[in-house]
Design a protein. Sequence first.
Lengths: 560, 158
Amino acid sequence: MLLSGSDIIVECLLEQGADTVFGYPGGAVLNIYDSLYKYSDKIRHIITAHEQGACHAADGFARATGKTGVVIATSGPGATNLTTGLATAYMDSIPLVAITGNVSTNLLGLDSFQEVDITGVTMPITKHNFIVKDIAELADTLRLAFDIAGSGRKGPVLVDIPKDITAAKFEYAPMKPIGQAPAKIDEDELNTALELIEHSEKPYIYAGGGVISANAEGELKTFAELCDAPVSCSLMGQGAYDQTDRRYIGMLGMHGTVKAAAVLNSCDLFIGVGTRFSDRVIGDPTVFGKNAKFIHIDIDPAEFNKNVDVGCTVKGDVKEVLKTLCAKITRKKCPWTNEVISKNFGEPVQKGTDALPVTPQAVITKLDELTNGNAVIATEVGQNQMWAAQYYKFKEPRSFISSGGLGTMGFGLGAALGAKIGRPDKTVVNVAGDGSFAMNLNELITACAHNIPIIEMVINNNVLGMVRQWQRLFYNKHFSQTTLDARHINYAKLGEAFGIQTFVIEKNEDIEPVLKKALEISKSAPVMIEVRVDRDINVLPMIPAGKPVVDPITEIDLEV
Amino acid sequence: MHEQEYVLSVKVSNNNGVLPRVGGLFARRGYSIKSLNAAETEEPDISRLTIVVSADLRILEQIKNQLMKLYDVHEVKILTDAVTREHILIRAGNSVEDRHKISEIANLYRAKPVDIAADSIMLELTGEPAKIDSFLNLLKPFGIIKMVRSGITALERD
């Protein structure tokens, strides 16, 4: 059938099962929005307050559902506003398709109004991008974009479409998406890995976001049992392994547990699954796991030997690799594992003040208890993010939505909205700090306008806490530009202005009743909580950047 | 690890975005390019990039893996047994006193004069990069006014 380019775009979205898109209209996408108007019974469009929020929402939607998120923006500033969101998704390997309008092909390259070379801009922050200059290529380019975004190591793909292409007419025939068969796994690599596992007496499994991306949580569990190994997850891997399980020994890395650090140094085999050995985890690469041999399982061979030299690598889809390994491993019995998982390594010492006795840790712990570990927790970036990761006990994948690689402050609110739209059955909480909240609080408008019932929890310490923590430790307590006392934000009034009920937690007695009330309201409407906490509560344990993952700091003296 | 020069032969889609993609990858990851040559192949949709890099084996492996992640890159070969050639155009001083010596060097290397002016001469030479280097060294004393090297092109032997 003969369709306009913009109708073809919407038809292609429907082909891919994309029934929800996020975006913001504008001149260069007028045709696309006209088609969205026409197709409004088949495709839901969520308009956000800002294109960045739309991109984070599409990202949160993708993380929470496993589907490819879709975001639409106009040319020029609309397109450049996507860049932080695209870079966030790229660093965390999240499948997204971004559709941007551009000026008509005859105006391209002439510095036309709202023209920007967005494929040039986003080259380093997308898995691939396209500009469609011929309507004959439109449908296949969009199909290819979805295919690239969702296959192999996933990631964002941008398709830039000039306005005359969306207006032109072309023959369209629907096509079913073609899935890709997983690549073959090398037998030799598998056998080397099997041999290492067989000879190991102290195997330790470290799972990353790749396990979640590959939907391999079941295989990971079986693998851990067969290996009889303790398990850690990276920040991106939170939820890949049930944290209430006895084998789980906490996060590994800069703010990981003391136990995980100890196990890293005493294991004889370190098995990294679906992970990229981030600098935030390995610290000093020359001594990381220096007593251990390594197995690295990942879909992207460019991660092998990039940050850490590993001997044995297995390239492939994590789910397929684990499945194959599980079928071949003889069940192991490792006395060391029992020993380390039952050993007590103590708790870090947390200090607050009498004036503000509530600690973020207590609030997150209570939230975990009241939601039975079943909520989806989005985070901003900084202390709030680490406390959420440390104190919420994630039981299933896709329940922790956080900007791990890029560390994007302002990510969480938009992402939480996307997650809630993708998983309306779940309680969705965005754990924010007051700094991150202020960056993109405009998306409260989206929460209200579309009545997306999330809980926005602002942990307010009136400082940029993580930076302050580093300034305390490494910059002589020069708290340069991190004290936000001058802001005097009245959160209750702010919430009221947007039409969001807002509660305050400032005493320990408030924690439970306020959380319960918020959870009740969030069944039907968005709600905000301000948690007032002391500015000198630090994220512990901590391993300073680039230092060996040995003896983490568990107490910071505030007096010195 | 020991750093040395390697010649990569890279088959890519023949579109105008491919050079910035490859160049950007090298720039942002800090890989060092010694020379890059790009041109069409026997298949009109495919271009071949011949890239000379300076790297140790670990970085070489990284370069190969990272290149293969680009959608437009179809094949990356590290050439070990190959015919390598480079082309040079060079304009040298051609004073009356030097004219004889320059033409002697040109004859020795079988370089071809392609443009002769009153006080300068343009020579053309194709050969292995080492041959080009030594030709250049011999011409230097007479004053090199301008030159352009094509960068290495290479094809593996059968």
